[in-house]
Design a protein around this ligand. Sequence first.
Ligand SMILES: CC(C)(COP(=O)(O)OP(=O)(O)OC[C@H]1O[C@@H](n2cnc3c(N)ncnc32)[C@H](O)[C@@H]1OP(=O)(O)O)[C@@H](O)C(=O)NCCC(=O)NCCS
Length: 194
Amino acid sequence: MPQIIHEQPEHAEQIEPLLDRCFGPDRFKKTAYKVRENTTPLPELSFVTVEGDKLLATIRYWPIVIGNVTPALLLGPIAVEPDLQGKGIGVGLMRETLKVAKELGHHLIVLVGDPEYYSQFGFENAADHGFKMPGPVDERRLLVKECKPGALDNVSGLITGKPFELAPSGRVATEVETEEVIAELAAFAPPADA
Ligand SMILES: CC(C)(COP(=O)(O)OP(=O)(O)OC[C@H]1O[C@@H](n2cnc3c(N)ncnc32)[C@H](O)[C@@H]1OP(=O)(O)O)[C@@H](O)C(=O)NCCC(=O)NCCS
């Protein structure tokens, strides 16, 4: 019976080949990869579907900023083992992880994908809202979902990866800066079941 669980370090060796099988070696040239360059996926929102030791699917979410001010998530990639596609694994992974993202308080989720598939989860066109990617993208496939009603109001602009901010080097961090870093690390801590 397939199970959805948090991604663990040992899953990495199965995830990369799965992504190669689903998207091919040119996947790194996609604009979505450019957005992800300076950031890392959120551990609390990185999930895999497994059956025993076998990895069947992966999904990750990345912290981004829209128009320099609005925090959001970039969903992707999601990939299901090619032999097992069309059996509901993708829908299950989407539904469960979108629920967790909402519970964690995220308001907006962006992705690049087929609207015919993602509209069932509440995704709509993001280019219509003035969202832009930092490189070429088929605007029809740039999608966004509100996890909280009104979250899209007055939000538009360039989508950028949100880098983990470090205090400038060469001096001791102030007490306030230290507390901010500790709070940020606490927000990144995986839930107890991870
Ligand atoms: C897209 C993907 C994640 C969907 O997962 P899945 O487990 O195959 O899909 P599910 O079984 O949950 O859902 C299947 C349904 O979605 C439809 N569907 C799947 N991919 C679709 C697409 N790209 N566009 C439109 N509909 C699609 C199927 O036709 C099927 O419809 P039906 O139930 O009416 O027959 C998976 O097919 C995959 O990994 N594809 C290759 C990688 C990819 O394209 N990832 C998404 C890019 S971000």
